[in-house]
Ligand binder design. Structure first.
Ligand code: N01
Length: 522
């Protein structure tokens, strides 16, 4: 069954996080690594999400790696295609592409207690000292378990599994969901389809969008004076940080101001009071992702569009039946129903010591430390892990913070056989601190969102300024870890390991691997 390869580091996933890890490893002169990618191409979420209208709702100047600002962005908010091309370009330019193994589906990753991770893929086995999981938290499409889903005789596809060969023009189309994907899909489809039924369970807060074409002169200017683009990036970062995080965590007055803006936007764009009432959220702005769009509301006002708020009873051969007994006849159903976040199946394939699964941590049953390292998972780093998400700024910023930490850890754990596992007490303390901070924020203000697990624990959001996350992840502090050498073949229990930890590395303190603050932002 194929090759068996030893590498010092294995990265799982070749999206923004995995490619970023590759760049930072190479920058640290680490070439002994591979990046395993299950798909036929790299790019992660921007490879998968190719639905009409797909674009990033974070400004493009901010939505890029700090080490690869892109003077060429054509739009102030880049579309999926442009971002996909950017990830490829970065991977090629920094020499990461050569380390990517495409079409390698990780079936299982398991710690062997001898100082290695063993990774079984459908193309062979890999063994490494350090495992970096960059598989993404929005990678598995959520197919809603609505009765009768299999009965539908028309076309059905999820927003993240778009089949570009399907021509929806002239069809009766139903879109399920009104989240971040749906608000982009609906206006893109509306002009071409015969009829569009938008099935809404919860209205979203929608704010005016500042989407523009970037003029050629500005792109030329950014090429000539890159620092100027850095300045713009910096300003965008701080504006979002100060306005959004303050509004969502501390100052109700600021949030009320944003809500007024949202209501004005709705009133301006939707003259029909009945439709407006259906679209008015009854929860606090920010509790779910706030969506920028100038096209969503106008699309809903068109004659060929119907907003359906009656709950769905079941799917039938010919369409969707709502609980009021109406059958909405459809040729195609688009499931813009989000992703498996808390129950991402990837987590069931990764086993730490004593067969603990990564899923237990991502479901919020076990603590993680800064969403990056986990008790029972030695020499393991999770990118975009629990409570590293943000709704207001670029996720790439958070990933880069985590990478600072990972690269510093690898430098400090360099001696062969060194194994580090975060102390349960440290992870528990930090996770509980996050939960305590979350309690006072808008993200726990009562709406139902995918940010929470079944127990109502918020497993997604970082509840503070991202500057704080940046500070906390600047250095790997070995005193937070049990650090052992794997000279002895036996696998001591966790408590034994704590008792016999005989070797500790000192914090580097040099900050050699750390990116300066100004570099990361601007
Ligand atoms: O998914 P969502 P998404 N019956 O989970 C509804 C990122 N993203 O793909 O709100 C009926 O937000 C559900 O209803 P409700 C971004 O992080 C980024 O849109 O649960 N309806 C909701 O309306 C985002 O947060 C960009 O009541 C059902 C919708 O489906 C994340 O991806 C662009 C249902 C799902 O909304 C996910 O966004 C796009 C059911 N059984 C996405 N199940 C950027 O621009 C679910 N729904 C960066």
């Amino acid at each position: 069954m194929g090759e068996r390869i030893d590498a010092k580091v294995v990265v799982i996933g070749a999206g923004f996080a995995g490619i970023g890890a590759g760049v930072r490893l190479l920058e640290a002169d680490e070439t002994d690594f591979v990046i395993l990618e299950r798909a036929k191409d790299l790019g992660g979420t921007w490879r998968d999400n190719r639905y009409p209208g797909c674009r990033c709702d974070v400004p493009s100047n901010l939505y890029s790696y700090s080490f690869a600002l892109n003077a060429g962005w054509r739009q102030t908010y880049a579309d999926g295609e442009e971002i996909g091309a950017y990830v490829h370009e970065v991977a090629d330019r920094f020499g990461v592409t050569a380390h990517v193994r495409l079409s390698h589906d990780v079936l299982e990753a398991r710690w062997d207690d001898e100082g290695h991770w063993r990774i079984l893929t459908d193309r062979g086995e890999y063994r490494c000292r350090f495992l970096i999981a960059a598989a993404g938290s929005l990678a598995e499409a959520n197919m809603p378990s609505i009765p009768g889903r299999g009965l539908f005789s028309g076309i059905m596809m999820h927003s993240a599994r778009w089949d570009a060969s399907v021509d929806l023009r002239g069809m009766r189309v139903g879109v399920l969901g009104t989240g971040a994907s749906a608000v982009q899909i609906v206006p893109a489809l509306q002009p071409d389809v015969a009829h569009l039924s938008v099935f809404q369970r919860t209205p979203s807060w929608v704010l005016p969008h500042r989407l523009r074409r970037v003029p050629d002169w500005r792109r030329r200017l950014y090429r000539v004076i890159p620092a100027l683009q850095g300045l713009v990036r910096s300003a965008t970062y701080w504006q979002r940080e100060l306005l959004a995080v303050s509004a969502f965590t501390k100052y109700d007055g600021l949030r009320n101001m944003l809500e007024r803006r949202g209501r004005r936007h709705l009133a301006r764009q939707v003259p029909d009071p009945e439709l407006r009432a259906k679209l008015t959220p009854d929860y606090e702005l920010g509790c779910k992702r706030v969506l920028p769009s100038n096209e969503f509301y106008p699309a809903l006002c068109q004659d060929n569009v119907e907003l359906v708020t009656e709950p769905i009873a079941r799917i039938e051969e010919e369409g969707i039946l709502t609980t009021d007994g109406e059958l909405h006849r459809l040729d195609a159903i688009i499931l813009a129903t989000g992703f498996h976040v808390r129950d991402n199946p990837f987590g069931e394939r990764v086993f730490g010591r004593e067969s603990h699964t990564l899923a237990e941590a991502t479901r919020g049953e076990h603590p993680s430390y800064l969403g990056t390292t986990l008790p029972h998972f030695p020499n393991f780093f999770l990118l975009s892990g629990p409570n590293t998400g943000t709704g207001h700024t670029s996720q790439i910023f958070m990933i880069e913070c985590q990478l600072n930490y990972v690269i510093d850890a690898l430098a400090q754990l360099e001696a062969p056989g060194t194994v580090a596992e975060v102390l349960e007490s440290v992870a528990h303390g930090q996770s509980e601190d996050v939960q305590r901070r979350l309690r006072r924020t808008v993200w726990m203000s009562g709406c139902a969102s995918w940010y929470q697990n079944d127990q109502g624990r918020n497993i997604a959001i970082w509840p503070d300024y991202t500057t704080v996350f940046r500070r906390r992840t600047r250095r790997f502090d070995p005193t937070d870890y049990v650090i052992t050498e794997t000279a002895a073949p036996a696998s001591p229990s966790h408590s034994d390991r704590q008792a016999t930890a005989f070797w500790r590395v000192e914090p580097s303190g040099s900050g050699a691997q750390d990116r300066s603050w100004s570099t990361l932002i601007g």
